[in-house]
Ligand binder design. Structure first.
Ligand code: T1G
Length: 633
């Protein structure tokens, strides 16, 4: 056996799993574990078995690399049945994480001991799945359906302490978890035949079932469009109404169907893509980031204020700089108001609010950036303004300080040319609102030092962002593809579609908002100003702005927002304006189906993504997927 070491501790067998990096339940491990359980079971000198693990995980779950391939024996459910059916007690010694199939192994045991730092969970829903090796049947029998269902629906792991409260583990130890498991095994031996979860129905009371059904009804309202959430309800309902074997068959059928669902395949792709972005081509782990102890942000507008909050929220002191006192006061008031909303919502304590505000030092004048290890410029989106700032910074900041621009599409080398240290200059493009959106595009122009890029990636993670390194080019990746969609949406209006039809097609596809609702939220005048600065026009979008219909902030844009409503209503004047523009352009308006609209909006984005890959602006297709998931929902 390569992945399991079997040792004896008197009459107790200890099977130690060692399958780096995270003890995933690949075929070799399943085979070795089945062998160890059988050997222990047939050894007359053995009275019980402890299943322990080496490394940072107990067991991370099924092996992702096997997904989508024909399953190979021994199958995980059969292995778990063998552990559970053993006449000798099995005890799980859990250190690190017990996730998915890993927790299902522990559930098939007759006892469980966790180290105090362990985490236990069934995260399958995050992969578009449900637990597929008895978790939906055994967990409710162990802790009740009312507690098991929300734990599986959220997919969030619980601490060892919470697991003890739930009854998920028998004991938590700050000491040697294997020794504690051996002691528990000995105790179970004295109790005679092991108690199997499959036979334990004491928790499945009518009260428990009622609570579960109420939670299921609530989940149906909230996530009725998620097939795996509905499947989970069906599987847990089978656990509380059917015999174990029948419930297991229900779970297996539901799991197998979800495994083939394209949404689950996409979520599994995302799991790996999220890990791939840490691999920046040409920058290995030998490139060490520069230390960042102090930051400065130039510009206290919406973006600059949000970026300053990112630093404060991460505990990094930051100086927020404006050119005039009135502007820095406005900026600080906006930040204070945002924190106040969090306190009012209960998502931030007053103490934390004060601590974070104390980390933001308002200042007037760029000289205040002198001591910063990194300066992020978030000034007006105009090249001259940025060059003036980067030139002035040259004489102020210390050697080795990193200079980043938050520009959303301007050319980084042109900005860097304004000073004498281009190797220290790159782009750090945050997405609005910067203190909320996860995506951070790190723009890597030719000539920037590798350790500057490594520093920006490490800092991005420290700020709680998803940092993706991209090449320099108009709009980088996200906004460059978004521009294709924006153009297509405008053309659709002139060709015959209406704003709510276009938006509806995209939200039906899965976006949180369509292009026109998004533009009304951000402010239609932003796009208008950008088009004018680039000498571009868009007949409908320009006409809407010429009417002063800038969106929610003016009570109307593509839609009407009566009494400050957050969701818009159709505006007959806008629809008449669109029809007039079609006529002026000699276009005979026609109807579009949602499928037509989706193809016209998404295909140009995919083509632009392909060009971005071809040009090397993005390193991998998965990077583009991560950008769109984290920057545009
Ligand atoms: N299978 C294969 N490889 C995995 C893996 C897995 N389940 N989990 C992690 N890895 C690899 C990962 O790709 C990386 O590889 C290395 O391990 C370190 O991972 C039947 C069907 C365990 C908390 O969803 O949450 O069981 O890049 O960088 O930050 O009902 O990995 O080094 O080559 O993330 O310390 C359910 C997924 C599966 C857990 C460790 N389990 N993994 O985090 O390291 S479905 C999960 C994680 C299932 C059953 C169902 C995390 C971690 P490389 P890492 P980490």
């Amino acid at each position: 056996m390569e992945t399991v070491r079997l040792a004896r501790h008197g009459e107790i067998a200890i099977a130690t799993i060692d399958n780096p990096p995270v003890n995933a339940l690949g075929q070799a491990l399943r085979s070795d574990l089945a062998r160890a359980v059988a050997d222990a079971g047939s050894d007359p000198g053995i009275a019980a078995i402890v299943i322990a693990a080496a490394g940072r995980a107990f067991i991370a779950g099924a092996d992702f690399s096997e997904f989508g391939k024909p399953p190979v024996a021994p199958f995980l459910p059969d292995l778990l049945d063998a552990i559970e059916a053993s006449p000798k007690p099995g005890v799980a010694a859990i250190q690190g994480v017990a996730l998915g199939g890993g927790l299902e192994v522990a559930l098939s045991c007759h006892g469980r001991v966790a180290s105090s730092a362990a985490m236990l969970g069934l995260p399958e829903v995050k992969l578009g799945l449900i637990p597929g090796a008895g978790g939906t049947q055994r967990l409710p029998r162990l802790i009740g359906a009312a507690k098991a269902f929300p734990m599986m629906l959220s997919g969030e792991p619980v601490t060892a302490g919470r697991a003890l409260e739930l009854g998920l583990v028998d004991e938590v130890t700050g000491g040697d978890v294997v020794a504690a498991a051996v002691a528990l095994a000995r105790t179970l031996v004295t109790r005679g035949a092991p108690v199997r979860q499959r036979d334990a129905t004491v928790r499945l009371t009518s009260a428990d079932r009622e609570t579960f059904e109420a939670l299921a009804a609530d989940a149906t309202k909230k996530s009725g469009d998620m097939p795996n959430a509905m499947a989970l309800i069906e599987a847990v309902r089978a656990a509380v109404t059917l015999p174990f074997a029948e419930g297991l068959a229900v779970e297996r059928a539901l799991f197998t169907k979800l495994l083939a669902d394209p949404r689950s395949k996409a979520l599994r792709h995302v799991f790996f893509a999220e890990r791939e972005i840490a691999r920046v081509p040409g920058i290995g782990s030998e490139v060490k980031p520069r230390p960042i102890a102090k930051a400065a942000v130039i510009g206290a507008g919406t973006m600059g204020g949000g970026i300053a909050m990112c630093f404060a929220n991460a505990g990094i002191p930051v100086t927020l700089i404006e050119t005039q006192k009135a502007q820095i006061d406005n900026g600080m008031n906006r930040i204070a108001a945002i924190y106040e909303m969090s306190v009012a919502r209960g998502s931030l304590t007053p103490a934390l609010r004060d601590q974070r505000l104390a980390l933001i030092t308002p200042a007037v004048g760029i000289a205040a950036a002198a001591k910063a290890d990194i300066v992020i410029e978030a000034a007006f989106e105009e090249m001259g303004v940025k060059q003036q700032i980067f030139s002035a910074l040259d004489a102020i900041v210390k050697p080795g300080a990193i200079l980043a621009s938050n520009t959303s599409y301007l050319d980084i080398p042109t900005i860097a040319a304004a000073n004498t240290r281009p190797a220290d200059v790159l782009g750090m493009h945050f997405f609005s609102p910067a203190n909320v959106m996860k995506l951070l595009e790190i723009v890597r122009p030719a000539g920037v030092a590798d350790d500057v890029v490594a520093t920006a990636v490490a800092l991005g993670r420290r700020l709680g962002k998803v940092p993706v390194v991209v090449g320099n080019g108009f709009g980088f990746v996200g906004n460059r593809m978004l521009e294709q969609r924006t153009r297509a949406a405008e053309r659709l209006l002139i060709a015959g579609a209406l704003p709510h039809e276009v938006d509806g097609a995209l939200t039906g596809f899965g976006f949180k908002m369509g292009p026109f609702a998004m533009s009304d939220l951000a402010g239609n005048d932003i796009g208008w100003r950008t088009r004018k600065s680039r000498g571009k026009t868009a007949a409908v979008a320009d006409a809407i702005c010429e009417c002063g219909w800038f969106g929610q902030k003016t009570g109307r844009g593509y839609y009407l927002y009566p009494d400050g409503a957050r969701s818009g209503e159709r505006d007959p004047e806008v629809e008449a304006l669109i029809a007039r523009i079609s006529a002026e352009q000699g276009v005979t308006r026609r109807n579009f189906t949602a499928e037509d609209i989706l193809a016209r909006l998404l295909d140009p984005m995919v083509n632009e993504g392909a060009r971005i890959l071809e040009e090397g602006i993005a390193a991998r297709p998965g990077d583009i997927d991560i950008i769109w998931l984290n920057g545009y929902n």
